[in-house]
Design a protein around this ligand. Structure first.
Ligand code: S6P
Ligand code: ZN
Length: 170
């Protein structure tokens, strides 16, 4: 038995690993450029009994027209994943070889990420987006394809709102 608590900032109390992704760590994932180097997101992870629990905090902001987002990956092993919205407003992009889907993620929304679907989360709001991910500790993360080609669609700001647009690299 184990129990975790997420604090008011979205950090799992007693986490064992923290990842910080700054703009300079993921420039290639965006279509536009910026001169400064903001933190795009942070991940706080715990591992117990073969399960990983991780909160991601994506800060609000954009690189050009594109909203701050995670790199996105596909799991190396066949491993499903569950996302649960904690705070803020986002979109999750899900993509397989011949499928593309997007869902809103916010507090109390639960999303099943099927195995073999690449997934990326985007903060489309003006506060931090926080969500919890639960997945097998040995799932593994492959970023290569996303780094080269990305997702079929990108999420951009258009007339003050978010919109899906074709990815020019696709
Ligand atoms: C792990 C899960 C999340 C992401 C996190 C950062 O399987 O999907 O915890 O790792 O949201 O995204 P990324 O694409 O940089 O790993
Ligand atoms: Zn994942």
């Amino acid at each position: 038995m184990f129990m975790y608590e997420i604090d008011e900032n979205g950090i799992i109390k007693g986490y064992s690993k923290k990842v910080v992704r700054k703009y300079s760590d993921m420039k290639e994932f965006f279509q536009w450029k910026r001169e400064d180097n903001p933190t795009i997101y942070e991940v706080y992870e715990c591992e117990k009994k073969g399960l990983n629990f991780a909160t991601t905090i994506i800060f609000p902001g954009r690189v050009g027209k594109e909203y701050f987002m995670t790199k996105g990956h596909v799991h190396k092993k066949k491993a499903d994943e569950i996302y649960i919205g904690v705070k803020g407003k986002g979109l999750i992009l899900l993509q397989s070889k011949d499928d593309f889907l997007s869902f809103e993620i916010k507090k109390n929304i639960i999303i099943h990420v099927p195995e073999n679907y690449a997934h990326r989360t985007v903060n489309i709001g003006d506060e931090n987006l926080v969500f919890l991910a639960v997945y097998a500790s040995d799932a593994g993360h492959d970023y290569d394809f996303i780094k080269r080609k990305g997702f079929r669609k990108i999420v951009i700001e258009k007339n003050g709102k978010h919109a899906l647009a074709e990815n020019p690299k696709w």
